[in-house]
Write a protein that binds this ligand. Sequence first.
Ligand code: PMH
Length: 384
Amino acid sequence: METFYRDSWVEVDLSAIEYNMNNLRKRLKPDTKIYAVVKANAYGHGDEQVAKKALESGADGLAVALLDEALKLRRAGFVCPLLVMGWTRPQDAPLAAELEISLTVFQEEWLKKVDPSALSKPLKLHMKWDTGMGRIGVRTTEEMDRILPIIKNQPSFVLEAVFTHFATADDARLDYFEEQERRFYKLLNHFERVWSENVEFHTGNSAASMRFPERMKNFVRFGISMYGLYPSDVVKEERPIDLKPAFSLQSRLVHVKKLEEQESISYGATYQTEDEEWIGTIPLGYADGWIRKLQGLEVLVDGKRHPIVGRICMDQFMIRLDQEYPIGTKVTLIGKQGDEEVTTDEVADYLETINYEVPCMISHRVPRLFIDGGQIVEINNPVK
Ligand code: PMH
């Protein structure tokens, strides 16, 4: 097994991915299929390992944001349906077609730029409808009417599916979500009049699929909650299904010392000991995504909370300890120790952001250790 030579690592509990997938599956109608959303290295967890577990747990396909991400998965041997949900350059469409990667289409101009004679296999397309996210997608029936004939008249283009994305499915107020649904059905009404061939539809992200399973179409796109995190506080409170977080962040004390009062810690000497204090050093810093704004947050040592003191450096930061601990003592930055827990949500709240951002920001430099059934099954050391 690959190994690594530093004392900080991410643990990804693949059994949690399975648990979350199973709970979603039970909540959905039996014929609703699932795309596991594994973009951005599976929200920072590890794309190939999460993808494998998701598919073993009943996902029917994988969805990513970029063609590069899809290529990585195809080349790693994933033969399942694979969708790129973002923009792909039209000149790269032949590569997607060759590897049977489905692309997102929403522009007439884009379709005209794809050279059908360069396609070695049919190009699979999912048409995106912008029903209110305001990001990418066809917004009007007029736009649709310019796109559909191009697809219809080109045998190398295959329209597999149509999809949209909700901006507020995790809110307490449902008026905008319902407005998006109305716009979707308006576009669908038109589409069904002009398109006779079979296509599939997908609309729901985690929030919509967990909260409104009966309203979901052929597929849902399950992202954040597959990783065991609720998309918002509202959904967390509603708890439509139980989730287990897969991600934790661990380190060890590499230095422990007792300082006299009025000693300074770290760059800028912004922290001063008030009394005699035990100070521990942890080998993780802002280059690992443990950004300077986290100064003041607490981490777990010996099942107790200890604050980060002084500025976080590139590769190290310091905490105030309640007593002396041996070098090598485990430090949990995100996760549980005994009855205490620092959740991803707590870190997100501290940073005034959303939980999605937290595992994504823990950088490539931090090895990922994959656990399944309590055993380490794989180690991904990015610094080889
Ligand atoms: N579908 C699309 C098109 C998405 O962009 C995302 C997440 C998902 C499905 C999955 O959503 P979920 O994680 O809430 O289940 N996209 C993003 C994003 O662009 N920024 O944050 C999440």
